[in-house]
Design a protein. Structure first.
Length: 574
Protein backbone atom coordinates (compact mmCIF):
# COMPACT_ATOMS: atom_id res chain seq x y z
CA UNK A 1 0.00 0.00 0.00
CA UNK A 2 1.32 3.43 -1.01
CA UNK A 3 0.11 5.70 1.81
CA UNK A 4 1.15 8.75 -0.13
CA UNK A 5 -1.57 7.93 -2.75
CA UNK A 6 -4.16 7.97 0.02
CA UNK A 7 -2.91 11.32 1.22
CA UNK A 8 -3.05 12.74 -2.30
CA UNK A 9 -6.73 11.77 -2.54
CA UNK A 10 -7.41 13.51 0.78
CA UNK A 11 -5.59 16.61 -0.49
CA UNK A 12 -7.67 16.56 -3.68
CA UNK A 13 -10.87 16.36 -1.63
CA UNK A 14 -9.70 19.24 0.58
CA UNK A 15 -9.56 21.46 -2.53
CA UNK A 16 -13.26 20.80 -3.23
CA UNK A 17 -16.47 22.37 -1.96
CA UNK A 18 -19.85 20.66 -1.97
CA UNK A 19 -18.90 16.99 -1.79
CA UNK A 20 -20.84 14.41 0.28
CA UNK A 21 -18.97 12.30 2.79
CA UNK A 22 -20.71 9.82 5.04
CA UNK A 23 -18.88 7.90 7.74
CA UNK A 24 -18.00 4.36 6.68
CA UNK A 25 -20.68 1.81 7.56
CA UNK A 26 -23.55 4.29 7.91
CA UNK A 27 -24.90 3.88 4.36
CA UNK A 28 -24.68 1.38 1.52
CA UNK A 29 -21.79 2.38 -0.74
CA UNK A 30 -22.07 3.11 -4.48
CA UNK A 31 -18.93 3.72 -6.56
CA UNK A 32 -19.48 6.35 -9.26
CA UNK A 33 -16.66 6.12 -11.80
CA UNK A 34 -15.72 8.52 -14.55
CA UNK A 35 -13.42 6.58 -16.90
CA UNK A 36 -11.02 9.42 -17.50
CA UNK A 37 -8.98 11.82 -15.38
CA UNK A 38 -10.35 13.90 -12.50
CA UNK A 39 -9.54 16.98 -14.56
CA UNK A 40 -11.83 15.84 -17.40
CA UNK A 41 -14.48 14.09 -15.31
CA UNK A 42 -15.20 17.01 -13.01
CA UNK A 43 -16.34 19.03 -16.04
CA UNK A 44 -18.97 16.42 -16.85
CA UNK A 45 -22.37 17.64 -15.73
CA UNK A 46 -23.88 14.13 -15.85
CA UNK A 47 -21.43 13.01 -13.17
CA UNK A 48 -22.53 15.85 -10.86
CA UNK A 49 -26.21 15.05 -11.45
CA UNK A 50 -25.86 11.34 -10.59
CA UNK A 51 -23.56 12.04 -7.61
CA UNK A 52 -26.12 14.40 -6.12
CA UNK A 53 -29.08 12.11 -6.90
CA UNK A 54 -27.53 9.06 -5.23
CA UNK A 55 -26.22 10.91 -2.18
CA UNK A 56 -29.64 12.42 -1.56
CA UNK A 57 -31.16 8.95 -1.58
CA UNK A 58 -31.74 7.62 1.94
CA UNK A 59 -29.25 4.90 2.75
CA UNK A 60 -26.84 5.45 -0.17
CA UNK A 61 -23.34 6.91 0.00
CA UNK A 62 -21.98 7.63 -3.45
CA UNK A 63 -18.21 8.07 -3.73
CA UNK A 64 -16.21 9.03 -6.82
CA UNK A 65 -13.38 7.35 -8.74
CA UNK A 66 -11.35 8.60 -11.68
CA UNK A 67 -8.56 7.24 -13.83
CA UNK A 68 -5.29 8.29 -12.17
CA UNK A 69 -2.66 10.15 -14.17
CA UNK A 70 -0.17 7.92 -16.04
CA UNK A 71 2.67 8.23 -13.55
CA UNK A 72 0.30 7.51 -10.65
CA UNK A 73 -1.01 4.37 -12.37
CA UNK A 74 2.52 2.95 -12.18
CA UNK A 75 2.60 3.70 -8.44
CA UNK A 76 -0.74 1.92 -7.91
CA UNK A 77 0.56 -1.09 -9.81
CA UNK A 78 4.06 -1.22 -8.35
CA UNK A 79 2.82 -0.99 -4.76
CA UNK A 80 -0.26 -3.21 -5.37
CA UNK A 81 -2.41 -0.39 -3.96
CA UNK A 82 -6.04 -0.82 -5.08
CA UNK A 83 -7.76 2.16 -6.68
CA UNK A 84 -9.49 4.14 -3.91
CA UNK A 85 -12.44 6.51 -3.71
CA UNK A 86 -11.96 10.21 -3.30
CA UNK A 87 -14.32 10.64 -0.34
CA UNK A 88 -13.25 7.88 2.07
CA UNK A 89 -10.29 6.31 0.26
CA UNK A 90 -12.15 2.99 0.13
CA UNK A 91 -10.93 0.34 -2.34
CA UNK A 92 -13.09 -0.04 -5.45
CA UNK A 93 -13.65 -3.78 -4.88
CA UNK A 94 -15.31 -3.00 -1.50
CA UNK A 95 -18.26 -1.29 -3.21
CA UNK A 96 -21.25 -3.56 -3.89
CA UNK A 97 -22.25 -1.51 -6.95
CA UNK A 98 -19.83 0.18 -9.36
CA UNK A 99 -21.45 2.59 -11.82
CA UNK A 100 -19.54 3.97 -14.82
CA UNK A 101 -20.61 7.23 -16.49
CA UNK A 102 -19.34 6.73 -20.05
CA UNK A 103 -19.42 9.58 -22.56
CA UNK A 104 -16.87 8.56 -25.22
CA UNK A 105 -16.04 5.32 -27.00
CA UNK A 106 -12.30 5.72 -26.43
CA UNK A 107 -12.97 5.70 -22.67
CA UNK A 108 -14.09 2.04 -22.95
CA UNK A 109 -10.41 1.12 -22.62
CA UNK A 110 -10.29 3.10 -19.38
CA UNK A 111 -13.34 1.23 -18.01
CA UNK A 112 -11.33 -1.99 -18.24
CA UNK A 113 -8.20 -0.30 -16.89
CA UNK A 114 -10.04 1.04 -13.85
CA UNK A 115 -11.50 -2.36 -12.97
CA UNK A 116 -7.99 -3.84 -13.19
CA UNK A 117 -6.58 -1.09 -10.99
CA UNK A 118 -9.45 -1.62 -8.54
CA UNK A 119 -8.71 -5.36 -8.34
CA UNK A 120 -12.20 -6.15 -9.68
CA UNK A 121 -12.57 -9.05 -12.12
CA UNK A 122 -12.89 -7.50 -15.57
CA UNK A 123 -15.17 -10.06 -17.24
CA UNK A 124 -18.78 -10.05 -16.07
CA UNK A 125 -19.02 -13.86 -16.38
CA UNK A 126 -16.11 -14.32 -13.98
CA UNK A 127 -17.64 -12.23 -11.20
CA UNK A 128 -19.33 -14.28 -8.50
CA UNK A 129 -21.75 -13.78 -5.62
CA UNK A 130 -19.30 -11.71 -3.55
CA UNK A 131 -18.07 -9.51 -6.38
CA UNK A 132 -19.43 -6.03 -7.14
CA UNK A 133 -22.19 -5.46 -9.67
CA UNK A 134 -20.86 -3.32 -12.54
CA UNK A 135 -23.29 -1.00 -14.31
CA UNK A 136 -22.87 1.75 -16.92
CA UNK A 137 -24.80 4.72 -18.22
CA UNK A 138 -24.06 7.80 -20.31
CA UNK A 139 -24.49 8.58 -24.00
CA UNK A 140 -22.52 6.20 -26.22
CA UNK A 141 -22.35 3.21 -23.88
CA UNK A 142 -26.12 3.13 -23.67
CA UNK A 143 -26.96 3.70 -27.36
CA UNK A 144 -24.85 0.67 -28.24
CA UNK A 145 -23.90 -1.18 -25.04
CA UNK A 146 -22.62 -4.28 -26.84
CA UNK A 147 -18.89 -3.41 -27.06
CA UNK A 148 -18.90 -3.18 -23.23
CA UNK A 149 -21.15 -6.19 -22.70
CA UNK A 150 -18.30 -8.53 -21.68
CA UNK A 151 -17.49 -6.18 -18.80
CA UNK A 152 -20.74 -4.54 -17.65
CA UNK A 153 -23.57 -6.45 -15.92
CA UNK A 154 -26.36 -3.93 -16.55
CA UNK A 155 -26.79 -0.74 -18.58
CA UNK A 156 -28.93 2.29 -17.82
CA UNK A 157 -30.74 3.17 -21.07
CA UNK A 158 -31.75 6.80 -20.95
CA UNK A 159 -31.65 9.46 -18.28
CA UNK A 160 -30.36 8.37 -14.87
CA UNK A 161 -32.68 10.63 -12.86
CA UNK A 162 -35.71 8.48 -13.73
CA UNK A 163 -34.03 5.05 -13.88
CA UNK A 164 -31.56 4.92 -11.01
CA UNK A 165 -34.05 5.35 -8.13
CA UNK A 166 -36.10 2.36 -9.35
CA UNK A 167 -32.90 0.44 -10.10
CA UNK A 168 -31.59 0.98 -6.56
CA UNK A 169 -34.96 0.05 -5.02
CA UNK A 170 -34.99 -3.21 -7.00
CA UNK A 171 -31.38 -3.85 -6.05
CA UNK A 172 -32.02 -3.27 -2.33
CA UNK A 173 -35.16 -5.44 -2.34
CA UNK A 174 -33.39 -8.31 -4.10
CA UNK A 175 -30.43 -8.12 -1.73
CA UNK A 176 -32.69 -8.00 1.34
CA UNK A 177 -34.36 -11.18 0.12
CA UNK A 178 -30.98 -12.87 -0.36
CA UNK A 179 -31.29 -13.13 -4.16
CA UNK A 180 -28.41 -14.80 -5.99
CA UNK A 181 -26.48 -12.77 -8.56
CA UNK A 182 -28.39 -14.47 -11.37
CA UNK A 183 -31.74 -13.74 -9.75
CA UNK A 184 -30.66 -10.16 -9.05
CA UNK A 185 -29.84 -9.60 -12.74
CA UNK A 186 -33.18 -11.08 -13.81
CA UNK A 187 -35.01 -8.74 -11.44
CA UNK A 188 -33.02 -5.69 -12.50
CA UNK A 189 -33.90 -6.47 -16.13
CA UNK A 190 -37.55 -5.85 -15.25
CA UNK A 191 -36.83 -2.23 -14.24
CA UNK A 192 -37.82 0.10 -17.11
CA UNK A 193 -34.66 1.35 -18.84
CA UNK A 194 -32.35 -1.41 -17.59
CA UNK A 195 -30.61 -3.65 -20.14
CA UNK A 196 -28.88 -6.80 -18.89
CA UNK A 197 -26.81 -8.09 -21.84
CA UNK A 198 -26.36 -11.60 -20.37
CA UNK A 199 -30.11 -12.10 -20.81
CA UNK A 200 -29.94 -11.71 -24.60
CA UNK A 201 -28.39 -14.32 -26.86
CA UNK A 202 -26.86 -13.12 -30.15
CA UNK A 203 -26.85 -15.44 -33.18
CA UNK A 204 -24.87 -14.78 -36.37
CA UNK A 205 -25.32 -15.90 -39.97
CA UNK A 206 -22.62 -17.36 -42.20
CA UNK A 207 -21.52 -13.86 -43.28
CA UNK A 208 -21.03 -12.76 -39.69
CA UNK A 209 -24.12 -10.55 -39.57
CA UNK A 210 -26.51 -10.79 -36.64
CA UNK A 211 -29.26 -13.26 -37.54
CA UNK A 212 -31.24 -12.95 -34.33
CA UNK A 213 -31.14 -11.60 -30.77
CA UNK A 214 -33.11 -13.78 -28.37
CA UNK A 215 -34.25 -12.58 -24.94
CA UNK A 216 -33.77 -15.25 -22.22
CA UNK A 217 -35.34 -15.93 -18.82
CA UNK A 218 -38.27 -13.60 -19.24
CA UNK A 219 -36.11 -10.57 -20.19
CA UNK A 220 -38.16 -7.88 -21.98
CA UNK A 221 -38.38 -8.03 -25.78
CA UNK A 222 -37.23 -4.43 -25.91
CA UNK A 223 -35.71 -2.06 -23.36
CA UNK A 224 -37.28 1.37 -23.69
CA UNK A 225 -35.27 4.50 -23.10
CA UNK A 226 -36.56 6.43 -20.10
CA UNK A 227 -36.38 10.19 -19.97
CA UNK A 228 -37.29 13.11 -17.71
CA UNK A 229 -40.64 14.61 -18.72
CA UNK A 230 -40.35 17.84 -16.74
CA UNK A 231 -36.81 19.20 -16.41
CA UNK A 232 -37.86 21.68 -13.72
CA UNK A 233 -38.30 18.79 -11.32
CA UNK A 234 -34.63 17.92 -11.75
CA UNK A 235 -32.39 20.99 -11.55
CA UNK A 236 -29.02 20.14 -13.06
CA UNK A 237 -25.92 22.10 -12.08
CA UNK A 238 -22.41 21.72 -10.69
CA UNK A 239 -22.51 20.11 -7.25
CA UNK A 240 -18.84 19.76 -6.35
CA UNK A 241 -16.82 22.88 -7.02
CA UNK A 242 -13.08 22.66 -7.71
CA UNK A 243 -10.43 24.66 -9.53
CA UNK A 244 -8.76 21.49 -10.83
CA UNK A 245 -10.95 20.90 -13.83
CA UNK A 246 -10.91 21.26 -17.61
CA UNK A 247 -13.58 23.96 -17.84
CA UNK A 248 -13.36 26.00 -14.68
CA UNK A 249 -17.09 26.78 -14.81
CA UNK A 250 -20.24 26.44 -12.73
CA UNK A 251 -22.33 24.36 -15.14
CA UNK A 252 -26.09 24.83 -15.48
CA UNK A 253 -28.24 22.85 -17.90
CA UNK A 254 -30.77 25.01 -19.74
CA UNK A 255 -32.30 22.37 -21.99
CA UNK A 256 -32.03 18.71 -22.92
CA UNK A 257 -32.57 17.10 -26.29
CA UNK A 258 -32.56 18.84 -29.62
CA UNK A 259 -35.28 19.08 -32.23
CA UNK A 260 -33.13 20.07 -35.23
CA UNK A 261 -32.84 16.59 -36.79
CA UNK A 262 -29.23 16.79 -38.00
CA UNK A 263 -28.85 13.36 -39.56
CA UNK A 264 -25.36 12.56 -38.23
CA UNK A 265 -26.08 13.50 -34.62
CA UNK A 266 -26.74 10.66 -32.18
CA UNK A 267 -27.52 13.10 -29.37
CA UNK A 268 -30.16 14.74 -31.54
CA UNK A 269 -31.98 11.43 -32.01
CA UNK A 270 -31.45 9.77 -28.67
CA UNK A 271 -32.32 12.67 -26.35
CA UNK A 272 -35.61 13.46 -28.04
CA UNK A 273 -37.93 15.24 -27.38
CA UNK A 274 -36.34 18.68 -26.87
CA UNK A 275 -37.16 20.02 -23.40
CA UNK A 276 -36.45 23.41 -21.84
CA UNK A 277 -35.95 24.29 -18.21
CA UNK A 278 -37.94 27.33 -17.09
CA UNK A 279 -36.11 30.62 -16.70
CA UNK A 280 -37.15 30.87 -13.02
CA UNK A 281 -35.53 27.56 -12.15
CA UNK A 282 -32.34 28.45 -14.05
CA UNK A 283 -32.18 31.83 -12.33
CA UNK A 284 -32.45 30.12 -8.95
CA UNK A 285 -29.46 27.98 -9.93
CA UNK A 286 -27.60 31.12 -11.04
CA UNK A 287 -28.23 32.66 -7.60
CA UNK A 288 -26.91 29.49 -5.93
CA UNK A 289 -23.78 29.86 -8.00
CA UNK A 290 -23.11 33.40 -6.73
CA UNK A 291 -21.24 32.13 -3.65
CA UNK A 292 -18.58 30.47 -5.84
CA UNK A 293 -17.92 33.54 -8.05
CA UNK A 294 -17.34 31.27 -11.05
CA UNK A 295 -18.17 31.79 -14.69
CA UNK A 296 -21.50 30.16 -15.56
CA UNK A 297 -21.27 27.46 -18.24
CA UNK A 298 -24.66 27.04 -19.93
CA UNK A 299 -25.21 23.47 -21.08
CA UNK A 300 -27.66 22.24 -23.68
CA UNK A 301 -27.64 20.77 -27.16
CA UNK A 302 -28.01 24.16 -28.90
CA UNK A 303 -27.96 26.99 -26.36
CA UNK A 304 -29.12 29.69 -28.77
CA UNK A 305 -32.35 27.69 -29.33
CA UNK A 306 -33.33 28.32 -25.68
CA UNK A 307 -36.40 30.54 -26.11
CA UNK A 308 -35.44 32.97 -23.31
CA UNK A 309 -31.72 33.11 -24.00
CA UNK A 310 -31.59 36.93 -24.09
CA UNK A 311 -33.33 37.30 -20.73
CA UNK A 312 -31.07 34.65 -19.23
CA UNK A 313 -27.91 36.41 -20.48
CA UNK A 314 -29.12 39.69 -18.96
CA UNK A 315 -29.89 37.96 -15.65
CA UNK A 316 -26.47 36.29 -15.42
CA UNK A 317 -24.54 39.47 -16.24
CA UNK A 318 -26.92 41.44 -14.00
CA UNK A 319 -25.85 39.26 -11.07
CA UNK A 320 -22.26 40.32 -11.74
CA UNK A 321 -21.28 36.91 -13.14
CA UNK A 322 -19.78 36.02 -16.50
CA UNK A 323 -20.87 33.22 -18.80
CA UNK A 324 -19.81 30.74 -21.42
CA UNK A 325 -21.73 28.35 -23.69
CA UNK A 326 -21.05 24.82 -24.87
CA UNK A 327 -22.28 25.58 -28.39
CA UNK A 328 -24.77 27.68 -30.28
CA UNK A 329 -26.39 27.51 -33.67
CA UNK A 330 -25.38 30.18 -36.15
CA UNK A 331 -29.00 30.46 -37.35
CA UNK A 332 -30.48 31.25 -33.94
CA UNK A 333 -27.68 33.24 -32.32
CA UNK A 334 -28.73 36.64 -30.97
CA UNK A 335 -26.89 39.91 -30.54
CA UNK A 336 -27.54 39.76 -26.78
CA UNK A 337 -25.92 36.31 -26.52
CA UNK A 338 -22.83 37.29 -28.51
CA UNK A 339 -22.41 40.56 -26.60
CA UNK A 340 -22.81 38.75 -23.27
CA UNK A 341 -20.16 36.22 -24.27
CA UNK A 342 -17.83 39.03 -25.37
CA UNK A 343 -18.38 40.90 -22.09
CA UNK A 344 -17.54 37.61 -20.34
CA UNK A 345 -14.15 37.61 -22.04
CA UNK A 346 -14.84 35.24 -24.94
CA UNK A 347 -11.98 35.43 -27.46
CA UNK A 348 -13.13 32.79 -29.97
CA UNK A 349 -16.60 32.41 -31.44
CA UNK A 350 -17.30 28.83 -32.49
CA UNK A 351 -19.73 27.88 -35.26
CA UNK A 352 -20.59 24.40 -36.45
CA UNK A 353 -21.58 24.32 -40.13
CA UNK A 354 -20.16 20.74 -40.18
CA UNK A 355 -19.82 20.83 -43.98
CA UNK A 356 -18.53 23.28 -46.57
CA UNK A 357 -21.03 22.89 -49.38
CA UNK A 358 -24.73 23.64 -49.55
CA UNK A 359 -25.28 20.10 -50.84
CA UNK A 360 -23.57 18.45 -47.87
CA UNK A 361 -25.41 20.67 -45.41
CA UNK A 362 -28.62 19.46 -47.06
CA UNK A 363 -27.47 15.83 -46.76
CA UNK A 364 -26.94 16.21 -43.02
CA UNK A 365 -30.00 18.47 -42.59
CA UNK A 366 -27.91 20.97 -40.66
CA UNK A 367 -30.04 23.94 -41.60
CA UNK A 368 -27.08 26.35 -41.32
CA UNK A 369 -26.40 28.39 -44.42
CA UNK A 370 -23.50 30.64 -45.31
CA UNK A 371 -25.49 33.78 -44.53
CA UNK A 372 -25.89 32.51 -40.93
CA UNK A 373 -22.13 32.13 -40.61
CA UNK A 374 -21.44 35.62 -41.97
CA UNK A 375 -24.18 37.09 -39.79
CA UNK A 376 -22.72 35.42 -36.66
CA UNK A 377 -19.31 36.75 -37.63
CA UNK A 378 -20.78 40.25 -38.00
CA UNK A 379 -22.21 40.01 -34.48
CA UNK A 380 -18.90 38.73 -33.16
CA UNK A 381 -16.83 41.41 -34.88
CA UNK A 382 -19.18 44.15 -33.64
CA UNK A 383 -18.77 42.78 -30.11
CA UNK A 384 -14.95 42.79 -30.45
CA UNK A 385 -14.37 39.02 -30.63
CA UNK A 386 -11.11 38.49 -32.55
CA UNK A 387 -11.02 34.75 -33.34
CA UNK A 388 -13.42 32.33 -35.06
CA UNK A 389 -13.62 28.59 -35.17
CA UNK A 390 -15.52 26.24 -37.49
CA UNK A 391 -16.43 22.66 -36.65
CA UNK A 392 -16.33 20.52 -39.80
CA UNK A 393 -16.49 16.87 -40.72
CA UNK A 394 -14.97 15.03 -43.65
CA UNK A 395 -15.93 11.64 -45.01
CA UNK A 396 -19.69 12.18 -44.65
CA UNK A 397 -21.99 9.96 -46.73
CA UNK A 398 -22.47 11.30 -50.29
CA UNK A 399 -19.39 13.56 -49.98
CA UNK A 400 -17.44 14.20 -53.21
CA UNK A 401 -14.21 16.00 -54.04
CA UNK A 402 -16.04 19.25 -54.84
CA UNK A 403 -17.43 19.25 -51.28
CA UNK A 404 -13.83 19.38 -50.05
CA UNK A 405 -13.17 22.30 -52.42
CA UNK A 406 -16.18 23.99 -50.84
CA UNK A 407 -14.59 23.71 -47.35
CA UNK A 408 -11.41 25.36 -48.65
CA UNK A 409 -13.39 28.05 -50.43
CA UNK A 410 -15.59 28.75 -47.39
CA UNK A 411 -12.55 29.07 -45.11
CA UNK A 412 -10.91 31.51 -47.54
CA UNK A 413 -14.02 33.64 -47.86
CA UNK A 414 -14.66 33.77 -44.12
CA UNK A 415 -11.03 34.78 -43.53
CA UNK A 416 -11.30 37.47 -46.24
CA UNK A 417 -14.42 38.73 -44.49
CA UNK A 418 -12.67 38.83 -41.11
CA UNK A 419 -9.80 40.83 -42.57
CA UNK A 420 -12.09 43.20 -44.48
CA UNK A 421 -14.02 43.92 -41.28
CA UNK A 422 -11.05 44.45 -38.99
CA UNK A 423 -11.01 41.10 -37.16
CA UNK A 424 -7.26 40.45 -36.98
CA UNK A 425 -7.45 37.14 -35.16
CA UNK A 426 -7.28 33.57 -36.25
CA UNK A 427 -9.73 31.32 -38.09
CA UNK A 428 -9.48 27.75 -36.80
CA UNK A 429 -10.90 24.80 -38.69
CA UNK A 430 -11.52 21.92 -36.35
CA UNK A 431 -11.93 18.91 -38.64
CA UNK A 432 -13.05 15.44 -37.58
CA UNK A 433 -13.48 12.33 -39.69
CA UNK A 434 -17.17 11.41 -39.71
CA UNK A 435 -18.08 8.30 -37.69
CA UNK A 436 -21.52 6.76 -38.38
CA UNK A 437 -23.43 6.34 -35.12
CA UNK A 438 -26.14 3.97 -33.90
CA UNK A 439 -29.74 5.23 -33.98
CA UNK A 440 -29.08 7.76 -36.73
CA UNK A 441 -30.05 7.60 -40.42
CA UNK A 442 -26.36 7.04 -41.24
CA UNK A 443 -26.19 3.85 -39.14
CA UNK A 444 -26.57 1.92 -42.45
CA UNK A 445 -23.70 3.74 -44.19
CA UNK A 446 -20.02 2.79 -44.45
CA UNK A 447 -17.43 4.98 -42.82
CA UNK A 448 -15.28 6.66 -45.47
CA UNK A 449 -12.02 4.74 -45.94
CA UNK A 450 -8.94 5.96 -44.10
CA UNK A 451 -6.90 6.68 -47.23
CA UNK A 452 -9.60 8.94 -48.69
CA UNK A 453 -10.05 10.79 -45.40
CA UNK A 454 -6.29 11.32 -45.10
CA UNK A 455 -6.04 12.55 -48.70
CA UNK A 456 -8.93 14.97 -48.27
CA UNK A 457 -7.51 16.28 -45.02
CA UNK A 458 -4.10 16.72 -46.63
CA UNK A 459 -5.66 18.61 -49.52
CA UNK A 460 -7.38 21.04 -47.14
CA UNK A 461 -4.16 21.52 -45.18
CA UNK A 462 -2.05 22.10 -48.29
CA UNK A 463 -4.53 24.48 -49.87
CA UNK A 464 -4.72 26.65 -46.79
CA UNK A 465 -1.09 26.33 -45.70
CA UNK A 466 0.02 29.66 -47.11
CA UNK A 467 -2.94 31.52 -45.72
CA UNK A 468 -1.84 33.48 -42.67
CA UNK A 469 -3.86 32.97 -39.47
CA UNK A 470 -5.84 29.99 -40.69
CA UNK A 471 -5.17 27.17 -38.33
CA UNK A 472 -6.27 23.55 -38.79
CA UNK A 473 -6.82 21.09 -35.97
CA UNK A 474 -7.65 17.55 -37.08
CA UNK A 475 -8.49 14.47 -35.05
CA UNK A 476 -6.18 11.56 -35.76
CA UNK A 477 -7.86 9.36 -38.42
CA UNK A 478 -6.22 6.32 -36.76
CA UNK A 479 -8.09 6.84 -33.49
CA UNK A 480 -11.31 7.57 -35.41
CA UNK A 481 -11.21 4.09 -36.93
CA UNK A 482 -10.96 2.38 -33.52
CA UNK A 483 -13.82 4.64 -32.43
CA UNK A 484 -15.71 3.65 -35.60
CA UNK A 485 -15.51 -0.07 -34.76
CA UNK A 486 -16.54 0.54 -31.14
CA UNK A 487 -19.41 2.80 -32.19
CA UNK A 488 -21.23 0.11 -34.21
CA UNK A 489 -19.49 -2.93 -32.75
CA UNK A 490 -21.31 -6.04 -31.64
CA UNK A 491 -20.79 -8.48 -28.79
CA UNK A 492 -17.72 -10.00 -30.45
CA UNK A 493 -16.02 -6.61 -30.25
CA UNK A 494 -16.51 -6.70 -26.45
CA UNK A 495 -14.08 -9.62 -26.19
CA UNK A 496 -11.68 -7.78 -28.49
CA UNK A 497 -11.82 -4.76 -26.17
CA UNK A 498 -10.84 -6.85 -23.15
CA UNK A 499 -8.08 -8.60 -25.09
CA UNK A 500 -6.76 -5.28 -26.46
CA UNK A 501 -6.49 -4.05 -22.86
CA UNK A 502 -4.48 -7.15 -21.92
CA UNK A 503 -2.19 -6.41 -24.87
CA UNK A 504 -1.68 -2.73 -23.99
CA UNK A 505 -4.86 -0.75 -24.75
CA UNK A 506 -6.20 1.10 -27.80
CA UNK A 507 -2.95 0.76 -29.74
CA UNK A 508 -3.33 -3.05 -29.56
CA UNK A 509 -6.94 -2.99 -30.80
CA UNK A 510 -6.11 -3.95 -34.40
CA UNK A 511 -3.97 -6.85 -33.21
CA UNK A 512 -6.74 -8.07 -30.91
CA UNK A 513 -9.24 -7.88 -33.80
CA UNK A 514 -6.90 -10.02 -35.89
CA UNK A 515 -6.43 -12.55 -33.09
CA UNK A 516 -10.22 -12.87 -32.83
CA UNK A 517 -10.48 -13.40 -36.59
CA UNK A 518 -12.51 -10.22 -37.03
CA UNK A 519 -12.05 -7.79 -39.89
CA UNK A 520 -12.35 -4.12 -38.86
CA UNK A 521 -13.72 -3.37 -42.33
CA UNK A 522 -16.74 -5.56 -41.61
CA UNK A 523 -17.74 -2.94 -39.02
CA UNK A 524 -16.38 0.14 -40.77
CA UNK A 525 -16.85 -0.16 -44.52
CA UNK A 526 -19.90 -2.32 -45.00
CA UNK A 527 -23.08 -0.81 -46.49
CA UNK A 528 -25.85 -2.36 -44.37
CA UNK A 529 -29.08 -3.51 -46.01
CA UNK A 530 -32.35 -1.92 -44.90
CA UNK A 531 -33.28 -5.00 -42.86
CA UNK A 532 -29.91 -5.34 -41.08
CA UNK A 533 -30.32 -6.45 -37.47
CA UNK A 534 -28.16 -4.06 -35.48
CA UNK A 535 -26.41 -4.97 -32.20
CA UNK A 536 -28.63 -2.35 -30.50
CA UNK A 537 -31.82 -3.79 -31.98
CA UNK A 538 -33.29 -4.70 -28.58
CA UNK A 539 -33.12 -1.09 -27.38
CA UNK A 540 -36.00 1.22 -28.10
CA UNK A 541 -35.25 4.94 -28.29
CA UNK A 542 -38.88 5.74 -28.96
CA UNK A 543 -38.69 6.28 -32.72
CA UNK A 544 -39.25 3.74 -35.47
CA UNK A 545 -36.44 2.19 -37.52
CA UNK A 546 -38.45 2.87 -40.69
CA UNK A 547 -38.47 6.56 -39.77
CA UNK A 548 -34.67 6.57 -39.65
CA UNK A 549 -34.48 4.82 -43.01
CA UNK A 550 -36.80 7.40 -44.51
CA UNK A 551 -34.40 10.07 -43.22
CA UNK A 552 -31.53 8.28 -44.98
CA UNK A 553 -33.49 8.36 -48.24
CA UNK A 554 -34.22 12.04 -47.70
CA UNK A 555 -30.49 12.63 -47.16
CA UNK A 556 -29.74 11.03 -50.54
CA UNK A 557 -32.43 13.18 -52.15
CA UNK A 558 -31.17 16.35 -50.34
CA UNK A 559 -34.60 16.80 -48.79
CA UNK A 560 -35.12 18.91 -45.73
CA UNK A 561 -36.68 17.72 -42.48
CA UNK A 562 -38.21 20.46 -40.39
CA UNK A 563 -37.52 20.75 -36.64
CA UNK A 564 -39.72 19.27 -33.90
CA UNK A 565 -42.87 21.29 -33.23
CA UNK A 566 -45.76 21.11 -30.78
CA UNK A 567 -48.38 18.61 -31.89
CA UNK A 568 -45.95 16.63 -34.07
CA UNK A 569 -46.08 12.82 -34.02
CA UNK A 570 -43.69 12.11 -36.87
CA UNK A 571 -41.00 9.91 -35.39
CA UNK A 572 -42.93 8.14 -32.66
CA UNK A 573 -41.34 9.69 -29.56
CA UNK A 574 -44.21 12.09 -28.80
S1 LIG B 1 -28.32 21.23 -33.69
FE1 LIG B 1 -27.94 19.33 -34.82
S2 LIG B 1 -25.84 18.79 -34.24
FE2 LIG B 1 -26.56 20.26 -32.73
S3 LIG B 1 -27.40 18.99 -31.10
FE3 LIG B 1 -29.08 19.51 -32.46
S4 LIG B 1 -29.24 17.80 -33.85
FE4 LIG B 1 -27.22 17.67 -32.88
S1 LIG C 1 -42.65 13.11 -32.60
FE1 LIG C 1 -42.14 15.01 -33.65
S2 LIG C 1 -41.80 16.52 -32.00
FE2 LIG C 1 -41.75 14.48 -31.06
S3 LIG C 1 -39.56 14.00 -31.03
FE3 LIG C 1 -40.43 13.10 -32.91
S4 LIG C 1 -40.10 14.64 -34.51
FE4 LIG C 1 -39.81 15.65 -32.52
Amino acid sequence: MDWELKKELKDQLAREEGYYRYAAGTRERFALVYPNSYFVGMSNLGLHIIYDLLNRRAGTACERFFLPEKKKIARYENTKTPLMSLENQTPLADFPVIGFAVSFEMDYFNVVRILELGHVKVRAVERGERDPLVIAGGPCATFNPEPLSAVVDAFIIGEGEVILPAFMDAYDAAKAEGATREELLRRLAQVPGVYVPALYEHHYDADGRIADIVPLSGAPEHVSRQWVKNLDEWPAHTVVVTEDTEFNLYLIETARGCGRHCRFCMAGYCFRVPRNRSLDVINEEVRDALQYKKRIGLMGAAISDYPEIDALCKDILGEGLSMSVASFRADSVTQELVESLAKSGLQTLTMAPEAGSKKMRAVINKGIEEEHLFHSMDLGIAAGIPNYRLYLMIGLPFEEEEDIDAIIDLANRLKDYMEAHGAKGRLTLSINPFIPKPFTPFQWKPMCDKKTVEQRLKRIEQSLRRRKHIHIIAESPRESYVQGVLSRGDRRVADVLVRACELGGAKAFKRAMKEAGLDPLFYLSRERTEDEIFPWERLDMGFRKAYLYQELEKAAALERTIPCFAGCHRCGVC
